[in-house]
Write a new protein. Structure first.
Length: 386
């Protein structure tokens, strides 16, 4: 096992009715900016519950954070923080809203000339951030219990990630009931997103880390078992609770301790979103199966473990078992309603050169757990994914 430094200070309040806990979780005299996306929190009752729980606190609101939060929109929220002298942020929504709030928290007190530098430096220049919490309405990204975020700058077609220990939520409220009314597309995307998060940390190369491996495999099996049930019985509390917690556990740092991590699929996926507007999970479903096929020799040991432990595939030669496992995974993504080929989204090989150029422009030229995913490898992956 590799050396590691694990830190996660986020308080989780989990279960039905837990939004009421905001009354004690948010400081009594806080000047709050409540950030959210569209109108869904008005329709499902979350907005009213949050406002009631916040009581007599001063609460300003900022709405309109996009599914891929943009720098342009978030800088307007930063301006509101300063105008209203806000000292606490509350994200109410899915991972995009929480990601956006992390950026606002850091940008509002950033001492550099341009907050975009936070993304350019990947958060290494963040020395402080406003305190914030979240109310999660869409389980997928795990942003509710980690310190990372991904932000898009529309004007230059860039989608970059940053992270900082200053950007952990102080708390996150997870009420599975609030996921009952999610559209089928968002449910499917959320399951795929969480699944690929686990794979980026699990499917690399062995370092004798049975604790992390078994945790990761348990999460994958849970997502495989519970994901289809969420589509079939959307108001099954136990199913929704299990999916919500699995998505949080997939990216809160526990399964990444002491093991190598990949993330090449995510980096390529970010370019697909920035250039073509695909949902984040759609890009992951396209890239990961091709990535595993192209890199099967480098990942052989863990692919065979994945085949045996997750899909119970233990017969046949090694290549046959690996291909069977990747195919089963790809079929699972399709079962969740997330297509897995570029052509499914109206894209073709003609778009690949621009994607590679964008990867190079963003210095994404040495990706993967061994930093051996070059632009040529990324090109092979995309060509196989057509």
């Amino acid at each position: 096992m590799l050396n590691f430094d694990f830190y996660n200070p986020t308080h989780i309040a989990f279960g039905e009715g837990k939004i009421a806990d905001l009354n004690t979780l948010v400081p009594e005299k806080a000047r709050v900016l409540m950030l959210y996306g569209g109108g869904s929190i008005h329709k499902n009752g979350v907005y009213d519950e949050v406002k009631h729980a916040l009581g007599s606190r001063l609460v300003a609101e900022f709405s309109g954070i996009e599914p891929n939060p943009t720098y342009e929109t978030l800088m307007k929220a930063v301006a509101d923080v300063k105008t209203h002298q806000i000292d606490f942020l509350l994200a109410v929504g899915g991972g995009s809203v929480i990601d956006g709030t992390k950026f606002v928290a850091a940008a509002a007190v950033f001492e550099g000339e341009d907050p975009w530098e936070i993304l350019e430096k990947r958060g290494n220049n963040v020395s402080s951030a406003l305190p914030f919490g979240s109310v999660l309405t869409l389980p997928a990204t795990g942003s509710e219990m980690n310190s990372g975020a991904v932000i898009t700058r529309t004007s230059i077609h860039a989608k970059l990630a940053f992270g900082s220990r200053h950007c952990f939520p102080q708390f996150s409220v997870l009420d599975p009931v609030k996921t009952y009314t999610l559209p089928v597309r968002q449910v499917g995307n959320g399951v795929v997103d969480a699944f690929v998060h686990v794979m980026e940390q699990y499917l690399t190369y062995p370092v004798n880390s049975p604790v992390q491996d078994r945790f990761a495999e348990g999460l994958l099996l849970t997502l495989i078992e519970e994901g289809p049930k969420a589509l079939e019985t959307p108001e099954n509390y136990e199913v929704r609770a299990n999916l919500m917690w699995a998505a949080t556990m997939a990216l809160n740092g526990v399964i990444s301790t002491g093991v190598p991590q990949d993330w090449a699929t995510h980096m390529i996926g970010h370019e697909l979103t920035a250039l073509h507007g695909l949902d984040h999970a759609q890009t992951l479903a396209i890239v990961l199966p091709a990535m595993l096929r192209v890199r099967k020799d480098a990942k052989r040991e863990k692919l065979l473990q994945f085949a045996a432990r997750v899909w119970q595939i233990q017969e046949g030669d090694e290549d046959a078992r690996i291909e069977a496992a990747i195919s089963r995974m790809q079929a699972f993504f399709e079962q969740m309603g997330v297509k897995t080929r570029l052509q499914d989204y109206g894209l073709s090989a003609e778009q690949i050169p621009a994607i590679i150029t964008s990867l190079e422009a963003h210095r994404m030229t040495k990706l993967g757990e061994r930093r051996d995913v070059t632009p040529d490898i990324s090109r092979q992956v995309l060509e196989l994914a057509v």
